[in-house]
Design a protein around this ligand. Sequence first.
Ligand SMILES: [Zn+2]
Length: 293
Amino acid sequence: MHPYDNMYVAQVARNQYDLFIYIRDELPGVDEKWFIQAFMKSHVRAMIDEGNPKYLNMPAREQMLRFIEDEYGNEYQKGEEWGGFMPGWTGKIYSLYQWEYNISSKELIEVLTLDDIERIFPALHQMGWDAAIDKIHEVVLGNNRETYIFSGGIKHPFSNYHPSKCEYEGLQYENGEAAFQSAKTLNKEERRKFQTVNPSAAKRMGRQLELRPNWEEVKYNVMLDILLSKFQEPSLKQMLLDTGSKIIVEDTTGWHDNEWGDCSCEKCKSQQGKNLLGKALVEIRTKILRDTA
Ligand SMILES: [Zn+2]
C-alpha cells in the first residue's frame, strides 16, 4: 500500500531534487527553509503523496509554479540562502525516506526537521542514498519526543496480541494475530479454525500451515488490511490518532523480532529492526486522517 508505484520513486526523488534547486531562480531572495516547509505541507505535495498521476508526471518547474500560483500568490517570505547543494539533497532525501517509511510529507517535515537536516548534512551528503536514509532513520528514532514506542504484547492495543476484534476477507477474528496467521493459507476451512483462538495458539497453528504461494510478498499488505479493520473501533482509532505525527515502533526486546519490530537486546542492538508493524500503523494512521479530512 505504498501510495504510488515504485517505478515512480526515482522520478519523484529527481523532481523534488530539481524543484528545491530551482527555488532561488524562480523566487529571488526567498527564504529557502520557509519554502521547503510550505511546499512539504502543500496541496501539490499531498497529491504526489496520494499517487495522483497528473502530479506524479508533472515536471518539477511546473509543480513549483502550480504551488506558487495556487497556494502562495507572490507573497513569499524573504530570507537568507539556505545553502548551495543542501536544498536539492534534502528534496531527494525526503522523497526517498517517505517511500521507505510510508509517511506523509506533512508528517515528515515535522519528524525530520530542516534543523535536523542542517545538523547531519555534513556527515551524510557524501554517503550513498541508502546509507544516508538508514542514518536519517536513526536520527528520527533518536528524537525521542517524535517516537511512540510500545511493547507489552497482549496488554497494548497496538499489539497484534491484544484482544481486539477484526475482520479479514469476510471472516471475524478475536485478535489481529489470529487473522494474520490464518491468512497464511488460502483454504477457507482452515482459516475458520483461527476465528476463535487466542494469539499464542494462532501463532502455533500458523506454523503448521502449508504457506500460500507468495506469502512473503503479500504479508505486509495482509497486515495493512487487518489493521485497517481493527482500527475502525472508535477508541482504538482515537488512540492511534493521538500518536500525532510520531514514528511508531514496537519494541520487541525479549523475543528478537527484528522484522515486525525492533529488538535491542545485547545480541540485536547493533542492527536496526525493520519495524514493519510500526510502519504499517503509521500507514493506517495516515489513511484514517486522509479519509476523515
Ligand atoms: Zn534480540
